[in-house]
Ligand binder design. Structure first.
Ligand code: SME
Length: 153
């Protein structure tokens, strides 16, 4: 199936699953599972903001074990948090400060999840393929993040 059509279907499935559940963590867990079922990515997960420590802490994910904590501003995820932007990294080996949780990761996309006007979590996805993410991924993954914003703000 063409990528955009696949995403439309995936967004529909995710919305129907998360709309009826009021627990954020449970919804994050199912979002990871649904994405993992439909896309051939290495790692899909959420890092949650731990304001007391000014760090991101590992949340629900699918894939190999990952770094537990990421300081504010560090790595791709920390930069997304600090700059309040999504990032598409075509080649993680060329990204200064990239935190390598798996040597198999070659490209990455990160999307901030806003809760009550603040970044509450970061959706992070890694691929073994170089340049595996583009604006279509950014568009639909942002839609998924925004659904969480609507449900949990
Ligand atoms: N590569 C990320 C760290 C998290 S792992 O990819 C799961 C980063 O640089 O922030």
């Amino acid at each position: 199936m063409e990528k955009e059509a696949k995403y439309k279907n995936v967004v529909k499935i995710i919305n129907s699953v998360i709309e009826t559940e009021s627990d954020l963590i449970a919804n994050m867990a199912n979002i990871c599972a649904i994405l993992k079922e439909h896309f051939d990515w290495l790692w899909i997960g959420f890092y949650r903001v731990d304001q007391t420590q000014r760090e991101l802490v590992l949340g629900p994910f699918q894939g190999p074990l990952a770094c537990t904590r990421i300081p504010y501003g560090k790595g791709v995820c920390g930069k997304s948090w600090a700059d309040k932007i999504s990032l598409v990294v075509d080649n993680v080996h060329e990204f200064e400060g990239h935190i390598a949780c798996s040597s198999l990761s070659n490209s990455e996309i990160v999307i901030p999840v806003f809760i009550k006007g603040e970044i509450g979590a970061i959706l992070d996805i890694d691929s073994t393929k170089i340049k595996d993410f583009d604006d279509i991924d950014r568009k639909y993954l942002t839609m998924i993040a925004q659904k969480l914003t609507v449900l949990f703000s």
